[in-house]
Design a protein around this ligand. Sequence first.
Ligand code: MG
Length: 244
Amino acid sequence: MADSPTAFLFDMDGVLFDSMPGHAFAWLRAMQHYGLTMSREEVYMNEGRTGAGTINAVAQRTWGRDATEEEIHAIYRTKSEEFNRYFQSEEYMQRCAEAGTTAVLGEAPVMPGAAAVLDKVRERGMQRILVTGSGQASLLDNLNRHFPGHFTRDHMVTAYDVRRGKPDPEPYLMGLQKAGVSADQAIVVENAPLGIRAAQAAGIRTIAVNTGPLPDSVLSDAGANIVLPSMQALAEYIDTEFPL
Ligand code: MG
């Protein structure tokens, strides 16, 4: 890679927290409840879209029309309830046991390697900026609890800050603005194809960490400059590429 960056822009779901299995569980159940079908792969392909955008994509395919405001509200509410329910479920406990993460009832586990990555970025004097489409209040609270001192509110871009979600570049452009850096001074860390497209549209070098079930080729085809298998691999990559 070229010059050392001065800011890292981090996506949240599937990067800092291993929350995507909860989103997949919740979307599948909520859609089913309203007579819509969505595959697990489709959840991962659509990650980063707004709730309404995801619901309309599936509604168009099944009903041949957009969902009404009321339908969107009802489906999204069910999805949020199912998301919270997932972190109380047997399925969740089992996944944590298999992944070697610590299951804490009611919340998404920290992604293995995420804390090490943040510490290494801080050690190098680089900024940490959060750029997420999430508006889940619990996740934002968790962020400060699990990664204390890394993110302040003025270094966060969330669902409340942007009008157009990923794959629009707006969230990442706003992230650059909050960091006070230009695109060529930053690096984005993303796990999702639409997030990668958003970062590329903002002109920022993008490291993809493939923490989900999609093939690496989906992430490189979306425009990722590098695809790494995990946040642990990113921690090692930072050591090698940006030695202290
Ligand atoms: Mg993500």
